[in-house]
Design a protein around this ligand. Sequence first.
Ligand SMILES: Nc1nc2c(ncn2[C@@H]2O[C@H](COP(=O)(O)OP(=O)(O)OP(=O)(O)O)[C@@H](O)[C@H]2O)c(=O)[nH]1
Ligand SMILES: Nc1nc2c(ncn2[C@@H]2O[C@H](COP(=O)(O)OP(=O)(O)OP(=O)(O)O)[C@@H](O)[C@H]2O)c(=O)[nH]1
Length: 489
Amino acid sequence: MNDQIHSGGSDHEHGALGDAEYAEFMELAAQEGFDPEDVEGAIGEAGHGPLPALAIVGRPNVGKSTLVNRIIGRREAVVQDKPGVTRDRVSYEAEWAGRRFKVVDTGGWEQDVLGLDASVAAQAEYAIETADAVVFVVDSTVGATDTDEAVVKLLRRSGKPVVLCANKVDGQSGEADATALWSLGLGQPHPVSSLHGRGTGDMLDAVLEALPEAPAQSFGTALGGPRRIALIGRPNVGKSSLLNKVANEDRVVVNEQAGTTRDPVDELITLGGITWKFIDTAGIRRRVHLQEGADYYASLRTAAAVEKAEVAVILIDSSESISVQDQRIITMAVEAGRAIVVAFNKWDTLDEERRYYLEREIETELAQVAWAPRVNVSALTGRHMEKLVPAIETALEGWETRVPTGRLNAFLGEIVASHPHPIRGGKQPRILFGTQAGTKPPRFVLFASGFLEHGYRRFVERRLREEFGFEGTPIHISVRVREKRGRNK
Ligand SMILES: Nc1nc2c(ncn2[C@@H]2O[C@H](COP(=O)(O)OP(=O)(O)OP(=O)(O)O)[C@@H](O)[C@H]2O)c(=O)[nH]1
Ligand SMILES: Nc1nc2c(ncn2[C@@H]2O[C@H](COP(=O)(O)OP(=O)(O)OP(=O)(O)O)[C@@H](O)[C@H]2O)c(=O)[nH]1
């Protein structure tokens, strides 16, 4: 029998809405003919804070991707891209028994470039760094291998809760193979068939027990610790130099082996009178790269740093053309929903001509973050270092901005009146009302009488930015259509 993974949103999250605001909003939605449960679900979905993260770890071919697909409730393979390339997207939202969490997929990563053990160790390391709990998948038809044993050591050392998935137990006869995995010393093996869904429900129940309600690294609040910055960019753009410059001291370069547990990698640095936490500075300072798979490790580190940060400072080498790799890094930060500052380094090297071309490149290549504050700096000369902190503050401010529902609806009413959606098939879809259900980054839910075209959504986003700021932050807009109950987008 198949376990039913999606159980529907039945929790009572109000998102960023206050109690009175929420009650008023629900009344409005009911008047307009929306199903209250659907509206509540939409607000809960858009309004949630950072979700706890569950990583799926295991050797190649044990069935990680199949399991991820099953958990997130999708039939097609998650990972169609070739391994070896930076994967821009590694986490997916999932829900089980009314609880939401992120699933971090470590399948399909770079197995040809790295040796098997190195690749699996890197996955495990990434998972340990970013996850709140881990599902360790073993192919029970094969049994525990040396590679599996090595991963177990890493997982044990991390202290993170681990749920052992004995996969490929497609029927009763496989149960004995699962039982044999007690030998790994990770506690009870959960017999599962990711392919058919057998046992996944019981395993997910165990996962929910292991997974904290909120991530260990919840976003800084007024009371929380220092704001967290990820300083990211492709190799050689000047990350170490910039870090040294802002910290005003020379640092020891640390040589690290991937797959070893590291000592503190984050660093507190006081800038502009405020203490900030720079994430994974060890990775930044690391100079001696492994020859093979260096890009792979670099991108894993970047992804991990972005996961843990609130704001990403993306460093670009302005002396060189903006590359696909720069764009991938930007996409990673945007998709993770982080506040973003773009810093153009090595400004001291620019002549008139390069400056001209750089402006053109920015227009064409960096359109996806046209809203991010830009600073032109030189880690070498110290040029404009003092502009970094204000830019970071601006981005964080945009990231945290919340527009009250009343004000938002006045604004939506105006744009609907002045710029109605084009008529399609004799009908004119209208935005009826909306609310900003979440912040960090801002998340809006619009309720409409019909499908809103992509171009119109873009227009609404542009107008939202003009009206309310949101500098330096991605914005999420989801749309609920009245006729189609329970459908998003
Ligand atoms: N019989 C059986 N086969 C399974 C099960 N889960 C996965 N498989 C098969 O095992 C193979 C590998 O599955 P994937 O999900 O791609 O494995 P992976 O661990 O993500 O592999 P990498 O992406 O290489 O790391 C596929 O042919 C799956 O169909 C299962 O529960 N039972
Ligand atoms: N002219 C100039 N050179 C710079 C500047 N910032 C860094 N560099 C040089 O660029 C090179 C790379 O700098 P790093 O700080 O090592 O770059 P990184 O991004 O940390 O590099 P990885 O460790 O490979 O990721 C070094 O030779 C620096 O001296 C700058 O503002 N101007």
